[in-house]
Design a protein around this ligand. Structure first.
Ligand code: RP5
Length: 208
């Protein structure tokens, strides 16, 4: 697990460089292992973001302050990850009209099903865009945030288009899984040094 980075910009201030467009918040530092995939994906797309632990239960006043000030600070989308009794995305959505994307973090007791239902089952009137449990959900939250931002930010839309093209090209470059596995095995056993022409050993980025 990589270290939790410092938030870019304090609450109520810009960071002096690029103002964040996405706020990535999570209920605990223990959620970072999942939520770092959202951060990495935003980085890959060149979307400015900030990261912060905001707990619905342990720091409720901070949650209100964060959600109430986000729009005024220039944040356009909030990604909120939480596990268990995952109230952070819903409570954040109740205090802002910005789009809130919820990432259910996998819990130990119930494998994230509790998180998923807590985030998805919002009452009519206060929506949270709920993604898949865990890493796939964190990545997709970032991609969806970029898609939303792309309506207004042309560069982000183009970065997303390039990401999709790269993803497609990577899959098409490795059409035969058996050939790829055989080459990997041969290299591992010392029977081959490199992949023959046409066999792409580059691992596809796992999105889940
Ligand atoms: C939730 O409780 C957090 O989002 C986290 O997923 C879960 C457990 O938190 P820790 O006890 O690990 O801090 O609020």
């Amino acid at each position: 697990m990589t270290a939790m980075p410092q938030t870019k910009g304090k609450l109520g201030e810009g960071d002096g460089r690029t103002a964040p467009l996405v706020g990535v918040i999570m209920g605990s530092t223990s959620d970072w292992e999942t939520m770092e995939h959202a951060a990495k994906t935003l980085e890959e797309l060149g979307v400015p973001y900030e990261t912060r632990v905001v707990s619905a239960h342990r720091t409720p006043d901070l949650l209100f302050a964060y959600a109430c000030s986000a729009e005024q600070r220039g944040i356009e989308v909030i990604i909120a990850g939480a596990g268990g009794a995952a109230h952070l995305p819903g409570m954040t959505a109740s205090k802002t009209v910005l789009p809130v994307l919820g990432v259910p973090v996998e819990s130990k007791a119930l494998k994230g099903l509790d998180s998923l239902l807590s985030i998805a089952q919002m009452p009519g009137g206060v929506p949270v865009g709920t993604l898949a449990i865990g890493k796939a959900g964190a990545i997709n939250a970032a991609l969806l945030a970029a898609a939303i931002l792309g309506n207004r930010h042309h560069g982000i839309r183009e970065a997303l288009r390039k990401f999709r093209k790269r993803q497609t090209a990577t899959v098409l470059a490795t059409p035969d899984p058996a050939a790829v596995a055989a080459v990997r095995r041969a290299i591992y056993d010392g029977k081959a040094k490199a992949a023959p022409k046409g066999v792409n050993l580059q691992k596809r980025k796992k999105h889940g």
